[in-house]
Design a binder for this molecule. Structure first.
Ligand code: GTP
Length: 597
């Protein structure tokens, strides 16, 4: 396809403003799917994917419109995947900014739109849901101008649901988003945008060609990984797979090259011709490293093999997630897993539970600490990386501990600013900057990642009623006064609940943890002390009083069915509990206890 006939774009939207509905509409209008196939949302529905045997994990679809090729690229919207979002955006020249006509500009829109602007995108505002009685398109136009600073006079008014404005959007993409640039005669240079494992095709690699062209039978080289492969398929998604003879400059599509492991295909790598390589790789390649670690254990020890198998399968499709076997005194056999962030952790955990039907216990998330020891056998071994609080060396052997810090950018409406400042302050934040962007505050803070991984994002959202948005990047390691805090239930340490905390906040954390556990652990026939301790020193304590009588005693009058229900419920509860000595701790307690109040 000639360059001037190509348009590459993504869709930016706050959650629920209609991104998926619009994407589906664009596919339908340009003929990618029949009306019958349009019954459910296409772009982010995994079941549909399976049912039709099409692969749309890449969520990139090639649309034909009035002699042009339009590539619609979906992007993951969360900070955990910031680097992947940034690579997807780098593959486009423009974006549709979808704003709900009744809701107006919201915080998440801002963070996304600024990222898009950073990539020099041409942005086409689309005011969606104009069919709603509460739609106020003029007001929303003004918000786009005042808050975001984009001209909105020629914003397209649309309803993705009723199909209004779809042609206007397609026309605007062609007219306003610039075509890509590239040199067809230069050596091949393509960016690896995404990759995933497909049971039929093996590893599928989504690419954006910058210069030159890529075709079947070509020997290619991954410039950062240093590996070479022979291409066996080139194609695109419409959203069904279509094979193509080649992909030229500016084009987006996929290749396969009999690659078995996606670990070999890193997002952001540069693909070139092995025989006629490009002089240099594309800038900005970054290997994503897991930053949050936690243990995953089966509730039922017999499920360990099933867990191993399921984790292995998930890993086939997600190179940014790591795992190794771990044993815990209390939890038995499980895995220590690494994630890009908390959301990533939740997604994996959710998939294991839902798709693989596993009951899991997740231990406290931890960041990676660098520990300098006072002495060790060899000089090299004096510095260790700690992924698991359980492996914390004896404090007497520790010279110093360093922890990762981030720089966070937060957008928040004025009225919540005070509470957000307090939250950042409580989490050992250092304020760098406070400015105003159209009635919203833009805050910049340095924060220890350790204070963010637990529930910072949840807190931020609840304090601001969903209006604050948050983005961060790591800025390196700094020394901190950190200690390991252990939790004892009925005088037995529960290793899964131990965590590394700052000495200054340890007591408050310990107290919060004990209080929550007191509510989460059901009463037993005996009194249960719950303690938080640093080394041998107890810093917080609560006690669960003994149970007075059998719960079924409440069911006076011998209502048999009610009694049975209650017993069933108890049994159900039992199944999801772990025994610690003589105490049963419900699975939920582990997760809930780690969320700070
Ligand atoms: P996430 O995938 O959760 O980020 O949401 P999204 O931005 O993709 O929004 P989605 O397309 O799922 O739409 C959210 C809701 O808005 C759905 O219930 C849609 O049916 C509805 N919706 C989308 N477009 C329109 C529209 O033009 N008019 C009306 N009335 N509803 C719409």
């Amino acid at each position: 396809t000639p360059l001037d006939k190509i348009r590459n774009f993504s869709i930016i939207a706050h959650i629920d403003h209609g991104k998926s509905t619009l994407a589906d509409r664009l596919i339908q209008r340009t003929g990618g799917l029949s009306d019958r196939e349009m019954t459910a949302q296409v772009l982010d529905n995994m079941d549909i994917e399976k049912e039709r045997g099409i692969t749309i994990k890449a969520q990139t679809v090639r649309l034909d419109y009035k002699g042009h090729v339009l590539n619609l690229m979906d992007t993951p919207g969360h900070v955990d995947f910031a680097y992947e979002v940034s690579r997807s955006l780098a593959a486009c020249e423009g974006a549709l900014l979808v704003v709900d006509a009744a809701q107006g500009v919201e915080a998440q829109t801002l963070a996304n739109v600024y990222q898009s602007i950073e990539h020099d995108h041409e942005i086409v505002p689309v005011i969606n849901k104009i069919d709603l009685p509460a739609a106020e398109p003029e007001k929303v136009k003004k918000e786009i101008e005042d808050i975001i600073g984009l001209p909105a006079d020629d914003a397209v008014l649309a309803s993705a649901k009723s199909g209004i404005g779809i042609d206007e959007i397609l026309d605007a993409i062609v007219a306003r988003i610039p075509p890509p640039k590239g040199d067809a005669d230069a050596p091949l240079k393509a960016m690896l945008v995404d990759s995933w494992y497909d049971p039929y095709l093996g590893v599928v690699i989504l690419i954006r060609v910058i210069d030159g062209s890529i075709r079947k039978g070509q020997l290619i080289k991954f410039m950062n990984a240093g590996t070479t492969h022979l291409i066996d398929r080139v194609g695109c998604f419409r959203p069904k797979i279509e094979l193509l003879p080649d992909l030229g400059p500016g084009e987006i599509g996929f290749i396969t090259a009999q690659i078995k492991e996606i670990t070999e295909t890193r997002v952001g790598d540069t693909i070139t011709d092995a025989k006629r390589p490009a002089a240099e790789a594309l800038p900005g390649f970054k290997e994503v490293q897991p930053v949050v670690f936690c243990g995953l254990f089966p509730v039922d020890a017999n499920d360990f093999e099933k867990l191993r198998d399921s984790i292995g399968k998930l890993r086939l499709n997600d190179a940014s997630f790591s795992f190794e076997m771990e044993t815990s005194a209390a939890l038995g056999f499980g895995f220590r897993c690494g994630f890009l962030g908390l959301l990533h952790l939740e997604i994996i955990q959710e998939r294991l539970t839902r798709e693989y039907d596993l009951d899991l216990i997740t231990t406290a998330p931890s960041v990676v600490y660098t520990i300098h020891l006072t002495h060790s056998k060899t000089e090299d071994a004096r510095t260790i990386e700690l992924h698991n609080p359980a492996d914390m060396p004896d404090p007497n052997r520790i010279e110093s501990i360093e922890e990762p810090w981030i720089e966070a950018t937060i957008y928040v409406p004025d009225e919540y600013l005070g509470s957000i400042l307090k939250l950042c302050q409580d989490r050992r934040g250092i304020q760098l900057d406070l400015t105003y962007v159209g009635g919203r505050a833009q805050l910049k803070y340095e924060l220890p990642l350790n204070e963010v991984v637990f529930d910072f994002y949840d807190r931020l959202k609840s304090i601001s009623r969903g209006y604050a948005s948050f983005d961060y990047h790591q800025i390196g390691y700094r020394e901190g006064d950190l200690v390991k805090m252990g939790i004892l239930v009925n005088n037995e340490p529960v290793d899964a609940l131990s965590m590394i905390v700052h000495r200054g906040t340890a007591e408050a954390r310990g107290r919060g943890m004990c209080e929550r556990l007191k509510d989460l652990i059901p009463r037993h026939l005996f009194k249960i002390p719950i303690q938080a301790a640093i080394g041998g020193k107890v810093i917080a304590r609560e006690t669960i009083a003994a149970m007075r009588k059998d719960v079924t005693a409440k069911c006076y009058g011998g209502d048999a069915s009610r009694k049975r229900k209650l017993l069933d419920k108890q049994k159900e509860g039992k199944k999801r509990m772990r025994e610690y000595g003589s105490v049963s701790i419900p699975q939920e307690a582990f997760i809930a206890a780690l969320r700070m109040g």
